[in-house]
Design a protein around this ligand. Sequence first.
Ligand SMILES: [Zn+2]
Length: 420
Amino acid sequence: MRVWQVLSIVLVTSMDGATSIYEGLRGHQVWSVNGDTDGLVSQLRLRGMVDVLHHSGPTQKLRVSPEFASDVLANFQDAGLEYHAVIGDLAAFLQEEENRDRSVRRESEDSCTAHRCSAPLHAQYMTFEQMEWYLKQVNETSPSKISVSSIGRSVLGRDLWLAHLKATNSTGRSVWIEAGIHAREWISSAVALHIIHKLLYDDSVMADVDVYVVPMANPDGYVYTWTNDRLWRKNRRPVANSSCDGVDLNRNWDDHFGVGASSHACSEIYDGLFAFSEPETQALRDAMQKEKDNLILVLSLHSFGQTLLYPWGWSATKEAPGTLQLIAVGKIFVEAIRAATGRHYSVKNSARDLYVASGTTDDWAMAVLGTKYVYTVELRDQGFTGFLLPAAEIVPCSVEVWHGLQEVIKHIIKEETTSL
Ligand SMILES: [Zn+2]
């Protein structure tokens, strides 16, 4: 039985004990919906009335706030849609998760402090401050291998850190890895930090390329997921004349802006007033543009779904240049993952196989920078725990991405060398 279902039984009746950090989700429910052939859920999502947590085949899981529950219900009943609540109260659900996590936590709470943080944590997710402490420490202790710099500041003034892992045998090629652009996708930043750590001590093929990693592209949103709303996705931009905050940073890039996004501020996929309206996407854009001529691969890490998505996201009918090669290299990535941990990932087209999404990092990198290999990587899992992936999966998930990354880079370098 899936976790969502198990917890629904327990938690629909368990309303006690939630701490204040989950109060923002008090009364929010998760509904499972079947048979939406007319795209009613997409329409409700664009209007900011539901948050699509997961969809797999004909079944979708949605977060519905108490504010909109009766309207959404009426819409479903009018359309004759089959639905049921799988989680009755998200605040209680998250408290249960935290209690369970705490009971199995093996690492000491103070193993990463402002005075000592020599490695990313293995058994728990790191706070934004802990991420900063780790980056600061490695920057000071390994200056020949890594250079950490701030490429800009978020809406609320937090630094956007870029880690440059220096090639030992530079070939003028570089790789870009972005993580954490969606606040609730904690595993993406955890994996990015472990990749940084691996790169510091590895002498493999990765030593031939410069690797740039932005482990936390949306620090304000991430901090908010620790303090107010574990399922927050966007940044923390206040929106004028709206009761809702936040811009979806992965809809804010300047490539077919607005085609597959929402102009409604309350939507989880609100794209902002104009392309690159946000300081976070501006900083990422400017830093990536400096590496424009060297980039051989761009990965945007997300969760969840165990899928490698290739462009375009903005159109389900237009084919991206080099699609066959994108698929072939994607398959190298997923085969390396299978060999490393046995996990099954698949290679899919963003728009056709998932949903149309415009203004994304990967579409922009391909369309504007001209990077040949760009992917959005949906990490673990396949919906069993979704955004609430247990911390015990940080290490195996990092291991599989590390193997996938190595094999793909080997292949791209070989391809470039043989075509010279
Ligand atoms: Zn995401």
